[in-house]
Write a protein that binds this ligand. Structure first.
Ligand code: PGA
Length: 304
């Protein structure tokens, strides 16, 4: 049946008021317009919905069934409108946030503080790598993304909110730990534990080496910063990671940051969303919170 909401609404009004004239007045339509909507619905159903009783009309058996469903559809529509209205308020709502895996080192702190300020907003966090984030922006399936470099091939709004220095890491017993001002070309003698090709950290690292004409030797490939740090600690090679991932290892002196000329690579974290996406009040609150508070909440990076 190809029934429209408009037909159901007109029919429901006529049935409730038992009158075409009063229905037309309530709906601000002409009487012929009301009759036409009801006739079209009757054509779709294939049976008459009203019968005449002298000057009055009353529902047929099938009319009563359709009346029951049209009321329940009307109630659902009203409920939907109420939910949408409440979602427009900043005190309620739901936010889908996606972050680069490296952002996860400070994202939970950020979300916890946001949740304290806006306990009514439901948060969903997806932690993934850069490639997948770009895809989510392309498909417009996420409210906000926190990532390194904003993608160039997708039409997005982006705002930098915090520095993201990338550093070389080595085990404490590596000779680099005692040297100063190490030229970048010396990295060509080292093996590097690599992130997966979709990683933003990896792309920045490869760009830097290409710019300096340095060809590094690839060692093992790992999709997690934690695994990379363990591998470097175990002597499987050096690597390049965001300084945000290193809080614990530097405190416990399990890793060192060699003094390589040109490092740290100066990068920034960005808040990104699809251009033209209408930000809900909850999304706007999140944006302001990140721009204003992220730096303080992520903690200082004293070693850079
Ligand atoms: P990654 O992202 O975790 O994919 O390396 C970090 C970034 O985009 O810089």
């Amino acid at each position: 049946m190809n029934v429209s909401l408009r037909q159901l609404r007109v029919f429901e009004t006529v049935a409730r008021l038992s009158s075409y004239t009063r229905a037309a007045a309530e709906l601000h339509l002409t009487q012929p317009a009301v009759s036409m909507q009801v006739r079209q619905l009757e054509d779709e159903v294939g049976l008459p919905l009203f019968e005449k009783l002298g000057k009055r009309i009353r529902l047929t058996e099938v009319g009563r069934e359709i009346f029951h469903y049209s009321r329940s559809i009307g109630r659902s529509l009203q409920e939907m409108e109420e939910v949408v209205e409440s979602l427009k308020g900043v005190s309620r709502g739901r936010l889908n946030i996606a972050v680069a895996s490296t952002v996860n080192y400070f994202a939970p702190r950020l979300l916890a503080a946001f949740h304290q300020s806006y306990p009514g907003i439901g948060l969903q966090l997806d932690v993934t790598n850069r490639e997948r984030l770009v895809q989510q922006l392309q498909e417009n399936t996420v409210d906000m993304v926190l990532m390194g470099q904003p993608p160039s091939g997708v039409d997005v709004e982006s705002e930098a909110f915090m520095d993201n220095p990338l550093v070389v890491i080595a085990p404490p017993e590596h000779p680099f730990a005692r040297e100063r001002r190490i030229p970048i070309r010396r990295l060509a003698e080292e093996i590097f534990v690599m992130r997966e090709p979709g990683s933003g950290t990896r792309q920045a690292m490869e760009r830097c080496f290409a710019e300096h004409g340095v060809t590094i030797r690839h060692g093992m490939r790992m999709t997690r910063n934690e695994a990379i740090k363990q591998a470097v600690r175990a002597g499987l090679g050096l690597s390049v990671v965001s300084a945000h991932t290193l809080e614990l290892e530097l405190e416990t002196e399990r890793l060192v940051i060699p003094d390589v000329i040109g490092f740290p690579l100066a990068r920034q974290w960005h808040l990104v969303y699809r251009r033209g996406r209408r930000l809900s009040p909850a999304a706007q609150a999140f944006r302001q919170f990140v721009l204003g508070q992220a730096r303080g909440l992520a903690g200082p990076l004293p070693w850079v």
